[in-house]
Design a protein around this ligand. Structure first.
Ligand code: A2P
Length: 271
């Protein structure tokens, strides 16, 4: 059974998912999703900007797994105008009737302008839940003030090195599940000596330690890999635990506490 968290709409979002950022459309993407589903993943995270929705859709179709057993996320490309029209196109590419979650990919043009279109996509049944990505705490707050349907998820860059406590807290207070992308720092955090020492002590890989840390922080986590053995190993994080000392050592790796990021502000990374 999947370890899940409940969204405000009552749906369960799996804690562990596969992200396919930077996986090109075609065989490599299809294989990664196929291997993930075979390994037990039931959350797949794609985006219009990734250009690989059709591959994700093909892998889901050919898995034979009932659609309702899979939690599928895609993201509105904020350079486009109409979230509802873009959702329809995404669904055609994904070859599915709905997505479980439709996110604004980043708050380009401000945190609120696209939301009514997102709500329309939700009301039309194209998305079971809607949410945001790369929003800071102040942007989340601004959105909460105008939304009729609240955002279910905020998907952000998150790892021990980018440990935005205030952002997670702001989400928790508003009933917004925070989801971690690039929990391995796109691979850069795997060579860190502190992570390595903890991995050795618990008899796990550095990737498993970083993913488990985010799981223990209460987040949904979507590491990316295109290698079968890594996809399988990354999923195997529910049969061990990091103790308080290990968690504290990982917490101390945070580099954001010195910056505005600690408050979840000033994260205009897309400009
Ligand atoms: P690859 O796709 O070639 O397996 P993040 O999820 O933080 O963005 O990190 C993704 C990067 O980390 C990718 O370059 C991926 O490479 C690599 N990666 C993912 N899982 C593992 C793992 N278990 N061991 C080593 N590298 C990994």
């Amino acid at each position: 059974a999947q370890v899940t968290r409940e969204l405000f709409n009552g749906a369960q979002i799996p804690v562990m998912g596969l992200g396919v950022w930077q996986v090109p459309e075609g065989r490599q993407c299809e294989q990664a999703v196929t291997w993930a589903l075979e390994a037990g993943y039931r959350l797949i995270d794609t985006a219009q900007a990734y250009g690989n929705e059709a591959s994700v859709g093909r892998a889901i179709r050919s898995s034979g797994i009932p659609r309702e057993d899979i939690f599928l996320t895609t993201k509105f490309y904020p350079g486009r105008r109409d979230p509802l029209a873009e959702a329809e196109k995404s669904l055609r590419r994904l070859d599915t009737e709905y997505v479980d979650l439709y996110l604004i990919h980043w708050p380009q043009g401000g945190p609120t302008w696209a939301w009514s279109g997102m709500e329309k996509a939700c009301e039309a049944g194209l998305a079971k839940a809607i949410g945001i990505s790369n929003f800071g705490a102040d942007e989340l707050q601004e959105l909460l003030e105008v939304s009729q349907i609240p955002p279910a998820v905020n998907q952000v860059l998150f790892s021990p090195f980018e440990y935005r406590r205030a952002l997670v807290e702001a989400g928790d207070q508003a009933g917004v599940v925070t989801q971690a992308y690039s929990p391995l720092g796109t691979g850069r955090h795997l060579d860190d000596p502190v992570v390595g020492r903890i991995a050795e002590a618990v008899g796990r890989t550095p990737a498993q330690v970083l993913i488990r840390w985010a799981v223990q922080k209460g987040l949904s986590v979507i590491p990316k890999s295109t290698h079968r053995e890594r996809i399988e190993a990354n999923f195997a994080v529910f049969d061990f635990e990091l103790d308080d000392d290990a968690v504290a050592a990982l917490d101390s790796l945070d580099t954001t506490h010195r910056t505005a990021d600690a408050l979840g502000r000033g994260e205009k990374w897309w400009s």
